[in-house]
Ligand binder design. Structure first.
Ligand SMILES: O=C(O)CCC(=O)C(=O)O
Length: 252
């Protein structure tokens, strides 16, 4: 199945994004979409998240990345039907197509819960160097499973930085310090924030007494290496359950 056929089958249509949304994403490098998940979906995703953290213990996230001060999970496309929405949602895929063009695939689906008193990250981009405006390789989406607030470590982004042609590592004296232009992505659980992964971003300090839960459904151009080799890691149960269109998004 071609990507074009897969996207059509999953209900992707240009008009799922308004002109205003497209313009905001182009200019700012991110786009919050409220209410993509119901409360029941948020609860089910959180329950599975906790189950996997308990099951995997110190190995959590090791397929991709582990981080002190955060419960990390990886390879979630392969760890439960509940995660399927993160790589098949038509509005999210419409945004990915807008940023990356029609030939993209899932790079990885990971989880991150910043623990109380932890979670501050350097401003970074998910790509090693600056790019020319419009020539984007990767695009992420963060799925809020907790309300993101000023206190609990909401993600910060620097609007417009995806078009700066610079990487924060080179451009900033102290990438961990607050940036004068940074915006905190505060929003209720169930929101999905698309962010062009060339936009400078990072987790902030969780000053609350509860973990702050999010999922990162991360896409790349189809000619780029996936962060998770979906074909190598996919299990038979997942493979058999997925539709051909979903398999095409994973490129398995
Ligand atoms: O979870 C977040 O707030 C952002 C995490 C992030 O950017 C990362 O782990 O690279």
């Amino acid at each position: 199945m071609t990507m074009e056929e897969a996207l059509a089958e999953l209900g992707v249509r240009d008009d799922l994004l308004s002109d205003e949304e497209r313009a905001f994403l182009d200019k700012s490098g991110y786009l919050p979409m409220k209410g993509l998940l119901s409360d029941a979906q948020v609860q089910a995703l959180k329950a599975r998240f906790d189950e996997l953290v308990a099951l995997e213990g110190e190995d959590g996230g090791k397929e991709v990345h582990q981080e002190a001060g955060a419960n990390r999970l990886a390879n979630l496309a392969n760890k439960g039907v509940v995660f399927e929405i993160c790589f098949t949602h038509p509005r999210v895929l419409t945004a990915m197509r807008h940023v990356l063009g029609p030939n993209f695939r899932l790079s990885s689906l990971n989880g991150r819960a910043a623990l109380p008193g932890q979670g501050l990250q350097k401003l970074h981009a998910d790509w090693g160097k600056g790019v020319e405006p419009g020539d984007y390789y990767v695009c992420n989406s963060i799925w809020l499973l907790s309300d993101f607030t000023e206190e609990n470590g909401a993600t910060r982004v620097v609007p417009g930085s995806h078009n700066s042609r610079q990487h924060p590592r080179d451009a900033l004296e102290d990438p961990e310090a607050p940036h004068p232009d940074q915006v905190l992505l505060t929003a209720p659980a169930g929101t999905v924030v698309i962010f062009n992964s060339h936009t400078w971003h990072g987790g902030t300090l969780n000053q609350s007494d509860q973990a702050r839960y999010g999922l990162h459904s991360y896409f790349c151009r189809r000619d780029q290496k996936q962060q998770t080799d979906q074909k190598a890691l996919i299990g038979p149960e997942t493979y058999n359950r997925l539709s051909e269109a979903a398999r095409t998004i994973l490129d398995i």
